[in-house]
Design a binder for this molecule. Sequence first.
Ligand code: GUN
Length: 310
Amino acid sequence: MTEAYIIDGKSIAAKLREQISAAVASIVATEKITPGLAVVLVGSDPASQVYVRNKARQTIAVGMRSFETKLPEDVSEAELLEAVHRLNSDPAVHGILVQLPLPQHIHTAKIIEAITPEKDVDGFHPLNAGRLALGLPGLVPCTPLGCLMLAKSWLPDLSGLNAVVIGRSNIVGKPLAQLLLAENCTVTIAHSRTQNLPQICARADLLIAAVGRPAMVKADWIKPGATVIDVGINRVPVPATIEEEGGKAERKTRLVGDVDFAAAKAIAGAITPVPGGVGPMTIACLLRNTLQAACTQAGIAMPQLDRSGN
Ligand code: GUN
């Protein structure tokens, strides 16, 4: 039995960033516009701080301008709205991302709706979500876009395939289902109340797991030869094999996906690893969206980037 092809998100994301760098250099030279991405971070959640730092580093690496607004955990909704309005009217800022989750006292939907849709590089604004559902051009959420690029790097034509998306979030599951529908897949969205999930997954030519439960998708749920895209990034403790000295050592953790990767790779035709699969694509797609937003705002055509990732 041959093992699944491992879809290398890290290298596909690196190629996409190279193409974005070239497009940015060309726009800077010909249009005298430097695309700018503003990230708003509320509070001091360590995971969010790491994401924001990575975003800033990669934004600068592709030749764009990076702006950061840091606000305290107890910022009022009015102050956060004021920060978004300032970025909306700043001509150097082409893309705005408000890092989620926001503190409990802030209405996330209200903040997202305050972002100018043309600068909404997360694609979370209802106008962009509606445009996606209607098949109109707009800004598409980054993680679903990354998943689609990874799937198409292995299967350039998805037309007619049975696609099963596990997860119905506004950030991943729902927009991904719309993208797959636009690729002419027959799309099933499964979720926490779905009955007979293993049987539904077993019909999938393309299976995408976005639930946030470590190794939930078992090998015997997978149709032999299917393409499996794993969106999950779950930090789990590494089982201690030898009791460390005096039990004082910190418990080690590792990242695992929503799919039981070790077993699934014996059944699937192709599969994305965690880490190194969907994760690196999300930031690369954010940079792609910032380039698109800058082009739209400047009234120029978006340079053609290779969507297949090859
Ligand atoms: N937090 C985790 N992922 C994301 C994302 O894709 N966008 C935003 N805005 N916040 C996030």
